[in-house]
Design a binder for this molecule. Structure first.
Ligand code: OAD
Length: 250
């Protein structure tokens, strides 16, 4: 496949004239860094049954077990690096007046790649939060503890991520919905687009007449609705998009 045949002329034209771009990423963008996806063959779902561990009930009934599971996941993340897909999105940010990178990932790899404006819908695994009073703890050395540390209020610390049955951070949701409704181009990148409310974002962008392009290794539930579906690994395809955009800002 040549570079030119990957993207339609219309998509490249829209990108070059866009003032505002919004991007939604999912586990697929981090797959090439070696972070397991949720619903793939090697997904975390199969290995660790997250639906049984990533809940407040599981944490309150066995805090040490849930903490240990997160220690394991944090360990994986220490050993991985941002890949070419993360770096391409960082480069893309520089080309637009307004660029909002919305992620469902909790791995912090976009920030490590240098992306500046990142909206984290599902929290960040490196931070902790008191289950009781909500106080945030940024100190990453806490994750070395063998059981959950306690807060000054005596509550237990837990990873600052969204668990099953919990609401998403309201500020992040507001920013994400605003960006989807006000962008010229929306990119849905490496997500199965089945977990709501994140999965609404490309559909909202379509309703507000943005050009919506999906990047995935295989079609998803929304592929037939988007303006364009681009099949391939994000670590290969996104750098080509940056190259096709050329130097400078739009
Ligand atoms: P999934 O595991 O559901 O989907 C990952 C998507 O990435 C799939 O559609 C794959 O086909 C695609 N993919 C895999 N490797 C790729 C690659 N190299 N390039 C491009 N695409 C690739 O992960 P998410 O959609 O992120 O929420 O899952 C959404 C949410 O479900 C997660 O944030 C998590 C889970 O419930 C919470 O924990 C709250």
């Amino acid at each position: 496949m040549t570079e030119n045949s990957l993207f339609s002329n219309e998509f490249l034209r829209k990108m070059k004239s866009a003032k505002s771009v919004a991007v939604l990423t999912g586990a697929g963008i981090s797959a090439e860094s070696g972070v397991p996806t949720f619903r793939g063959e090697e997904g975390l779902w199969k290995k660790f049954k997250p639906e049984e561990l990533a809940t407040v009930d599981a944490f309150l009934s066995n805090p040490k077990l849930v903490w240990e599971w997160y220690r394991h996941r944090r360990q994986i993340l220490k050993e991985v690096k941002p890949n070419a897909g993360h770096l391409a999105l960082r480069d893309l940010e520089e080309k637009f007046e307004k660029f909002t990178l919305i992620t469902q990932n909790i791995d912090g790899l976009h920030q490590r790649a240098g992306s500046r404006r990142v909206v984290e819908l599902h929290g960040n695994i490196r931070r902790n939060r008191c289950q009781n009073c909500g106080r945030i703890y940024q100190d990453v050395s806490l994750e070395e503890r063998e059981k959950p540390p306690t807060c000054t209020c005596h509550g237990l610390l837990r990873p600052d991520v969204v668990w099953f049955g919990e609401s998403l951070p309201p500020e992040a949701i507001d920013q994400a919905f605003y960006a989807a409704a006000h962008c010229d181009v929306f990119l849905s990148v490496g997500t199965s687009a089945v977990v709501y409310p994140a999965a609404y974002l490309p559909l909202i962008a379509l309703q507000y007449l943005a050009y919506v392009v999906e990047f995935n290794i295989e079609p998803t539930a929304i592929s037939h609705q988007v303006s364009e579906f681009i099949q391939g690994k994000t670590g290969q395809v996104l750098p080509q998009l940056v190259k096709m955009m050329g130097p400078g800002t739009s």
